[in-house]
Design a protein around this ligand. Sequence first.
Ligand code: ARG
Length: 466
Amino acid sequence: MKKLWQGRFSEESSQLLEEFNASIGFDRNLYKEDIEGSIAHATMLSECAIITKDESKTLVDGLKQVLSEIEDNKFEFKTEDEDIHMAVEKRLSEIIGSEIGGKLHTARSRNDQVALDFRLFVLKQNKELAKLVLNLISTLKTISSSNLDTLMPGYTHLQHAQPVSLAYHLMAYSFMFMRDFERFISSFERNNLCPLGSAALAGTPHAINREVTSSTLGFYAPTFNAMDSVSDRDFALEMLFNISVLFTHTSRLCEELILWSSQEFGFISISDKFSTGSSIMPQKKNPDVAELIRGKTGRVYGNLIALLTTMKSLPLAYNKDMQEDKEGVFDSLETAKTSLVILNEMLKTTKFNTDAMLKACKKGHLSATDLADYLVKQKNIPFREAHHITGRCVAVAESAGLDLSDVGLLHLQSVDERIDETALDALNLANSKEARKSYGGTANESVLKQIEVAQKFIENALKLKI
Ligand code: ARG
């Protein structure tokens, strides 16, 4: 088969090379961006009088025909065409003839073409992911709004620490996802520059106008240095990094959902719609969705490390190594999109067993810190001593087989006579939560402010019209 770059070769390519070298199997995903870029390029060439208006129209009409052939599944993708850029150009010349078809690639190289196509594609995906993350923020906010008074143990080292509200715990995830949202948007903003017109690596002697292509394609401006433009894959690395951080968050959330759905916790019941059974144990209900999202974190991190490693020692400018940039990004994007959608739906249908959460609060003396704080505040006892007295109260409660929040005054006074009745209020679990009114704390008034921040965040995000 005659290649578009055949001129200097006297021998045909080996079949082995054709298969090894081809990227059309996956870069066909970029067909829309490729054609969009070519249409903008052809239009600019005629505006700059490098080709005639008629030639430009013929090129654009032909490109539109190629687009509909692809979308109607009438386009034949062939390994010998190597990549989407050459496949589209070849078909274009078949349709309109190579006399005019051959002019499209004036002042352009596949190096700036692929940089453009991939960047356009990734930029759009930043917005898609931001939207899906926003849905998650909104779901967590909704569940939180109705669980301000739902008590649950707060943990450190996975040991019972202090009582918090479920709202407070879930809002912590909301804030993580707000940062993820911002990362996708800021990555879009930073990378929204057009590399087309950089040509192979050094620019072009043709009198092109990069501003025209840049604005036609919706970019803020052309990129500044042609060599950087064809060598740069930061936009893809950022996407892989942003998805990796997002998955750190979803994985932690899923880990908790898995724990919470266990017999030991029993804090949640995941809907049957999002649970699976066992082929042998009839009683089983497994949290596969949460486990899969936790598990997929591995491949998402892998894709990031793979591209970082591919890029790290490449001399400027384009090297074929860079063809390895796409599959990992496609994979991470697909993984992120499907995971975000199902996680959101699963959360919406998950039942929170508030009784079990409250019961768990009665184990582990969650309000012990409150007794120490009471001794400091009410009895002017230095915190270190208060800590020691409280420790002894915990030991008394333990030997009476009670949680500290349930012991009577006599027990407490047996440790220190200065303790009076108001200590019992301090030890009450709901009061303990409500006492933490400090900025960002778990008291309702503080969590309500957090919910308000999330609400404003969502409203502002919707104004971005992404
Ligand atoms: N298929 C190539 C890639 O994905 C397109 C760019 C090829 N450029 C070149 N000079 N061989 O990276």
